[in-house]
Design a protein around this ligand. Structure first.
Ligand code: NAP
Length: 313
């Protein structure tokens, strides 16, 4: 692993779960000289000031990025294009501009055309989170042992990519580089589709007149509880994910529906052999995930603080 980088000034645009966790982690590991941040609302800016984690809280995005050598947009995917336009005139030559959006092709398409030559654009997605949001929800350990995927456009300065890789590694993340399209396809099946299923099933249970609310709560340990946690994820963030990763999600949803139809048929026909074979295969997949060290007591998007593993050696 390369040595931890040091950035003189880090600008964070947006200070919620992800921005707040980056600020806390960068502070804890001494990765930056100064952190300047801004958020859309006065309420969030005032709360960030109170928290005292950053050096300065400013009113505008343009003001935040002035003289920064690392700029990270920690805002919903759909807001990245307009914010890139706002900051373009104030970016320092040589600055690294990044983001943390859960979708990458749309962010690259929306941001890249605005960024001037001499600024290094290295999009990123830390695959880590909880169902909480806002300035109080972040914590320095969020990224430990989690993946951070970088999707630099072709021709990006390799030194800039390496510096950002080292920054995320210093926050505890394991870093991988891939194309934006490939990222979106992989995340469609591993994250976006599971969220869609959770949003659907919680809505369905809510509409079931014959299952009273108290019964849903009482028996929720039978699998439903994990879905409710996922379905509590931020509505704005997830609206933007589905609007901006439409093609990959629809492709995965098509395959999912076909597989669901096969299981439905097996249940209808009483085909125990087909059901057993399917469940045995998925059990083996789960064991494989555990073996490669990607399991934890709770999913990525709902890990209680006390269950987070220690920093990798
Ligand atoms: P969050 O806690 O809700 O924080 C979002 C921040 O963005 C807030 O500071 C908010 O400002 C600001 N914001 C919202 N809408 C904006 C707009 N239209 N223009 C400018 N700023 C705006 O969200 P988060 O969970 O940190 O997510 C931020 C990004 O990280 C998203 O792109 C998401 O896809 C990505 N991500 C999230 C997770 C996760 O599990 N949560 C995991 C990996 C990546 P105000 O508070 O003033 O409204």
């Amino acid at each position: 692993m390369s040595a931890a980088p040091h950035f003189k000034k880090l600008a964070l645009i947006g200070f919620g779960l992800i921005g707040g966790s980056i600020a806390r982690g960068a502070r804890a590991h001494g990765l930056v000289g100064e952190i300047v941040t801004t958020a859309r609302s006065e309420t969030t800016r005032a709360r960030v000031k109170e928290l005292g984690i950053v050096d300065a809280v400013v009113e505008t995005n343009a003001e935040a990025v002035r003289d920064a050598d690392l700029v990270i947009l920690c805002i919903p995917v759909g807001a990245c294009g307009p914010v890139a336009q706002e900051i373009v005139a104030d970016l320092k030559v040589g600055a690294i501009v990044s983001d943390v959006g859960s979708v990458k092709s749309a962010v690259v398409k929306d941001m890249a055309p605005h960024l001037p030559p001499g600024v290094h654009f290295v999009p990123a997605h830390p695959v880590a989170g909880t169902e909480h949001s806002g300035p109080d929800s972040g914590f320095a350990e969020l990224f430990i042992n989690r993946w951070c995927i970088l999707t630099p456009p072709e021709g990006t300065d390799s030194g800039a990519v390496e510096r950002l890789r080292a920054f995320w590694a210093a926050l505890g993340a394991k870093v991988e580089i891939m194309t934006p399209d490939h990222h979106d396809l992989v995340l469609a099946i591993t994250s976006h589709l599971p969220h869609l299923i959770a949003y659907t099933i919680v809505g369905t249970a809510d509409e079931l007149a014959q299952v009273t609310e108290s019964e849903v709560m009482k028996f929720s340990a039978g699998g439903f509880r994990d879905f409710t946690r996922i379905a509590a994820s931020d509505p704005t963030m997830w609206r933007d994910v589905f609007l901006n990763n439409k093609d990959a999600v629809l492709e995965m949803l098509g395959t999912f529906n076909e597989d669901l139809a096969k299981l439905t048929r097996a249940i209808r026909r009483g085909d125990g052999e087909a059901l057993f074979e399917h469940f045995a295969r998925t059990r083996a997949i789960r064991r494989g995930i555990v073996e490669i060290g990607q399991d934890s007591a709770a999913p990525d998007f709902g890990r209680p603080h006390e269950q987070i593993g220690k920093r990798p050696k």
